[in-house]
Every structure is written in structure tokens, then in C-alpha cells.
Design a protein around this ligand. Sequence first.
Ligand code: 13P
Length: 254
Amino acid sequence: MRKLIIAGNWKMNAGTVDAAVQLARGLVAKYGQTTAVDIVLGPPYTALREVKAVIANTRIALSAQNMYPKTDGAYTGEISPLFLKDCGCQYVILGHSERRTIFKESNAFINEKVQCALAHGLIPILCIGETEQEREDGQTEAVVEDHLRGGLAGLTKEQVKSMVIAYEPVWAIGTGKTATPADAQSVHAFCREVITGLYDRDTAETVRIQYGGSVKPDNAKELLTQPDIDGALVGGASLKVDSFSGIIENSGAF
Ligand code: 13P
């Protein structure tokens, strides 16, 4: 039985470290000891350490939003897995569509990051998903398969089982448009078919696959109770205690 994992990707939001700490405090007050679902917070780099201090000794985990796939060196402006570990991160979001589109990250580069994260004991949340044009062109499955093959290249079964995949259709991110639960379910099931082909059924049935893209309290239940959807990667609605709580409450896990 896969446990739901609900993660907040705060992106370049929350504004200040103080605001990030307030948000984390509000969530700790409600869910600090929750075990029914895994809860993960993904603040900007500069708030990681302070948010970690708030969630220390709770069941809530910390994620970074990106990482450079080297331990050190002349990479101005980048952050290594060692710094993320040092800040208390357990997870790192990799290959987000905003990284793929705005920063032109390739499958090969994302795969390097996934490998490096795993080698340093960070759990990758590998994001995959098609654009609106790709969906209209009937390319959804081809794109998702390409992102999975590229992102998982060279990984062992055990590594894949230990990580998290987030299916985030790009057209649903920040737009208020959500994939219908049936459409999302069908892509998640397809992801498991691809992983079965690449590895085996056991690996495909073990890895957790989140849905992301305009997840809100009022659509969370329908999405998160689909058989192949194992949680949510939440952007906008993760920035307020009430809306993130609403998603957790409506996840169907309680
Ligand atoms: P929204 O929930 O704001 O659509 O963002 C989704 C997302 O990109 C999470 O990584």
C-alpha cells in the first residue's frame, strides 16, 4: 500500500524567511505529528534552514526545489547536494516544468541531477508532464514516456522504488485548469506501464506518483483517491495554511 505524499512547492514565493517560518509553524501546529500522509515543504533555498528548525522533531519533511549535480566547484549561483543535506533536506524537486522550459534543462541534465541526488541520500521528486500543445497533438504519452526514460536512465530498481515521480501537466500548472481525475489517473497508470517495461511490475507498483497542477482543497479528494495517484505536488495552494490544510484534509487518507 503506497502512502500518500503531499508536498508544497513554494517556488519563488513566500516573500521573506519570516513569512516562510510562519507558514511552516501553522502547518506544524496542525500536522506536526500526522502519520496518515507524508507531508513535505519546499521553501526557497534561503529559507531552508529556518523552516527545518521549525519542523525539526515533527513528521514533516523538507525539500529543496532544485540542485546542481556536483558536490562542489566553480558553479557560480548553484547549490550542491551537500548544502541541501546540511540544511536538513530529505527531498529535492528535480526537472520541474519551469526548469525545463524557462531554464532549458534537458532530460540528460535532469538525469544527472537525479543520479547525484540519490548518490547523496536525497530523495528526488522527478517532475514530468506534457505542454498544452503536446496534449492537443496527442503526444501526452510519448512525452511522459520520454521524460520517464530520460529521467530514470541508469537507475536501479531499488533507486526507482525509493523516489517520487510527479506528473504535472504543464497546462494545469498555475492556470486553475486541472486534469480530470480520469485523465490524470490514466496518465498515472500509463507511467506505471512504462516503469514496468523499464524495470518490472513490483517497481512500478512501489514508486509513488504524485499529481500536480492546480490542486486545491475542492478537487483534492477526487484526484487523490484515484488508484494510481499517490499524492499531490502543490504550488499556489501550498502557500496558505488553510488551503494546504484543505488538501491534506480532503486527501482521503483520514
Ligand atoms: P500550482 O498548484 O500552482 O498549479 O503549481 C503546481 C506545481 O507546479 C507544483 O510543482
